[in-house]
Write a protein that binds this ligand. Structure first.
Ligand code: CAO
Length: 450
């Protein structure tokens, strides 16, 4: 075991660069070429690789520091083993499973934050291999079966956020390692191709022509503002779902008169417990029961492998309106929790969302989403499925309505439900069964206990 300095390598002509991300900490094991730091030159962001395999002793620079070629940035205790291609691959796998900066969900096929799953699972069979579009612009080959992706945790995180399939991105770093600029370039090219009407191979994009903006200032005063990161990521996710999923929305009214009487009767107890019981926990319970009753809604479609992924857990996302945009924290094992626990947990997660304190893991792994606009208003809407989930329940504002009981009209409190679903996974009859089950369960909450 010997200690060696980690020095800044040749920066390709850049004089001084800024450290923008530190990717390892003392005690981490690294393979040769594993990324240690990300630095930003005036042209690109680049990951500085480890000179050899070993254990990080210390990193002596911090984010914001300016460094140049030859500077010492840390110490590595080297075991003398120089890594070959095989260990390089191993390091990539390790970065997938252990050292990624955000926790990965257990179920590899289920990351609502739009993971680069396809980089982790076997590539599509060769007969499904997409051919590059003949557009004259940059095209990307579908990955060869079993091909490895060489990219560090920060690059993988970026690719997940932007929805880029790393297996299709060409690496321009050392040993064809993918760097952040490759991901940005890939996404940019895909968008350009989509705007030009090209079908981007393997993306499922329909290649619709882009919307040309007029010069708005000819009509009146305007001001331009950069989109926040959250807004651009949400826009991309919505667009992807909208283009990839054949949506249908099923409507139903649930009679929640008795449920509301019961909920209101819980108010004094809620005050004692310091927990507000809103209609949301009842909806969560009802959705969990409906998902158990109709498990065809608790799936994801793997179109590459032509497989249906059946989930044996019931985690439900709740859409939360925040000043920064829409966030979807996830409540785990809803079927195993009681109403008070669900009320406390949903209030806590909603508050965390509004305070921007949600951890990535708290927004991953949902099987289904509830988006409730009931506290605001409206009679119905058509929510967009939060892929790779296959259904989402939109809830509008409950209202008193005259309901015919066979002899007379009775004033009943009716809750409008809008279930959007992926028609590839679910058929219309099952959707009607699902909303009927919700109406039945919320209409008589004693059935939630069954
Ligand atoms: N009908 C009538 N009233 C309802 C209702 C419904 N469907 N749902 C909630 N309410 C009432 C609640 O009972 C509460 O009333 P009181 O204060 O008198 O008890 C009031 O509306 C406010 O409830 P709330 O919104 O604070 O709590 P909630 O548990 O119902 O919802 C949350 C929590 C996080 C879902 C909600 O705050 C929220 O952010 N909703 C917006 C979600 C969104 O933006 N979706 C759009 C996604 S697509 O762009």
């Amino acid at each position: 075991m010997s200690e060696q300095e980690i020095r800044v390598p040749d920066l390709g002509g850049a004089d001084e660069v800024e450290v923008i991300e530190i990717l390892v900490s003392a005690g981490d094991s690294v393979a040769e070429e594993d990324p240690i730091l990300t630095v930003e030159t005036d042209k690109a962001s680049v990951e500085l690789p480890s000179p050899s395999a070993g254990k990080i002793v210390k990193i002596i620079v911090k984010v914001g520091d300016k460094i140049k070629e030859g500077d010492v940035v840390g110490m590595l205790s080297s075991d003398g083993a120089s890594s070959d291609g095989a260990s390089d691959d191993a390091s990539d796998d390790a970065s997938d499973n252990n050292s990624a900066p955000e926790p990965e969900p257990k179920a590899k096929d289920d990351a609502p934050a739009k993971s680069d799953d396809s980089a982790r699972k076997p590539a599509a069979a060769s007969d499904n291999k997409a051919k590059p579009a003949d557009t004259g612009s940059v095209t990307y080959e579908a990955p060869a079966a079993g091909s490895k992706v060489h990219a560090g945790p920060a690059v993988r995180k970026l690719a997940r956020e932007l929805g880029a399939d790393l297996a299709r991105v060409k690496g321009s770093g050392p040993k064809s390692r993918i760097i952040k600029d490759d991901v940005h370039g890939y996404v940019k090219d895909q968008l350009q191709q989509a705007q030009q009407g090209a079908v981007v191979p393997g993306t499922g994009s329909s290649g619709i022509p882009g919307v040309k903006l007029p010069d708005f200032s000819q009509f009146g005063e305007v001001e331009r503002e950069g989109m926040s990161r959250m807004m651009s990521v949400t826009a991309l996710n919505m667009h992807r779902s909208w283009l990839n999923v054949p949506h249908v929305t099923q409507f139903e009214d649930a009679d929640i008169s008795d449920m509301e009487d019961f909920r209101k009767s819980l108010k004094p107890l809620g005050e004692k417990k310091g927990v507000k019981m809103t209609p949301l926990p009842f909806m969560l319970k009802a959705c969990a029961a409906a998902l158990a009753e109709l498990p065809q809604f608790n799936v994801a479609l793997d179109m590459d492998r032509k497989e249906v992924v059946h989930k044996k857990y019931i985690h439900i996302g709740i859409a939360v309106d925040t000043p920064y945009g829409l966030m979807v924290p996830v409540i785990r094992n809803v079927d195993q929790k009681g109403l008070w626990e669900l009320a406390a947990e949903s209030a806590e997660l909603a508050q965390k969302a509004r305070d921007k304190k949600l951890k990535p893991a708290e927004m991953q792994g949902a099987c289904f989403t509830i988006t409730s606009l009931g506290g605001i208003g409206g009679t119905a809407f058509t929510p967009i499925v939060n892929t790779p989930e296959v259904a989402i329940l939109g809830v509008s504002k409950a209202a008193m309505k005259p309901v015919w009981d066979g002899k007379a009209f009775q004033p009943r409190l009716m809750l409008p439900l809008s279930l959007s679903y992926d028609h590839r996974a679910v058929n219309g009859a099952d959707a009607a069964r699902f909303t009927s089950a919700l109406a039945r369960l919320m209409g008589d909450i004693r059935t939630l206990l069954l």
